[in-house]
Design a protein around this ligand. Sequence first.
Ligand code: HDL
Ligand code: ZN
Length: 416
Amino acid sequence: MITDKNVLRDAVRTAVNSVKITDIHTHLYSGSFGDLLLWGVDELLTYHYLIAEYFRYSDMSYRDFFALSKREQADLIWQTLFLEHSPVSEAQRGVLTVLNKLGLDVRSRNLDSFREYFADMNTQDYIDKVFEISGVKSVVMTNDPFDPLEKPYWDTEGNQDPRFKAALRIDPLLNEYPTSYKKLQDWGYQVSVDLDQRSIDEIKRFLTEWIKKMDALYLAVSLPPNFTVPEDSLRSRIVEQCVIPVCRELNVPFAMMIGVKKLVNYQLGLAGDSVGKAEIQTVEYLCRSYPENKFLVTLLSRENQHELAITARKFRNLMVFGCWWFLNNPSIIDEMTRIRMETLGLSFIPQHSDARVLDQLIYKWSHSRQIIAEVLIDKYSDIIDAGWAVTEEEIKRDVADLFGENFWRFIGRSCD
Ligand code: HDL
Ligand code: ZN
């Protein structure tokens, strides 16, 4: 039994640093998806987070920047964010962490030498290397049949790497039905824009067929701050009449990622989205009205986090997850993890990476492991001060729950 604080600190850090992670939300693809999988230093440097940060210093026109090659964009970002200014932002520091953990001489500041490391790297070998260094054992992809670049892969060989799990992403269906219904028609679903009963049935068939085709672990969507159910809208009707019944029938969670203000600066593209406070009463309504359904929820606004944790106390069919996007910064990860652990104990999923570039698994998880470990040390230390004692096995059990088992248990599957 551990009561000594130094022994505790070492035991927690060892457990957190060695746990094999299930990363429940990423934008990665297995090697089966060819060029859809992004990796390497130029992809790291042109991550949309860094593009937004680059334009803080640049008066180049958006058009001119996006007309450059990826290599030329990376050169500009490296020069501006790393050489002309110290790279202290989380996304800037992340690039350094990746290069450092790959064993490269970061202090050389020699971007071309970093590029040489990747020059003749084999994709599959690099996937293996990144999984090894990052300590990740499974990642859940974001799989969108409405993406014309991705759908052909599912219509042929699909995913061949068991480390990569699928999640069916349905933003176009829920947020743009007046246009996306035409694609459903092209694919043979008898739907119409007025969402009659036949359309409802056919949308359910689409969801069912694609969840099965992908073996999707959950159904996911990102939603605006004003997302409301119930309301007299196509989205609300599709959620209640199609998504909820299919998810219940197939026993897959509905993952709602709420709070995205799309393209507040449309000229920035992916980097142009921003954040707004979501309406927690919609989460309450869905969890209350559909107790047989499971809901994975992450909210984008820092201002939503305490009420989301409290809502999870009210509904056991709600699993809170991640420090999403603009929240994925050390100061906020620390704050959110403390709020969650103080209100939910260990019954939540503290983090996902949201990685878009394979290499990012290395930094996003290295940084988050460190923060979550320190919160755990404080919380175990508090209960030791109250006369409790913990064992090394119990610490490993709790850490395994936070970094994967809570997810697998919630969805009712094992990490096969
Ligand atoms: O909608 C989402 O899944 C978000 O994570 C967006 O992809 C966003 O652009 C992002 O990459 N955040 O990290
Ligand atoms: Zn995402």
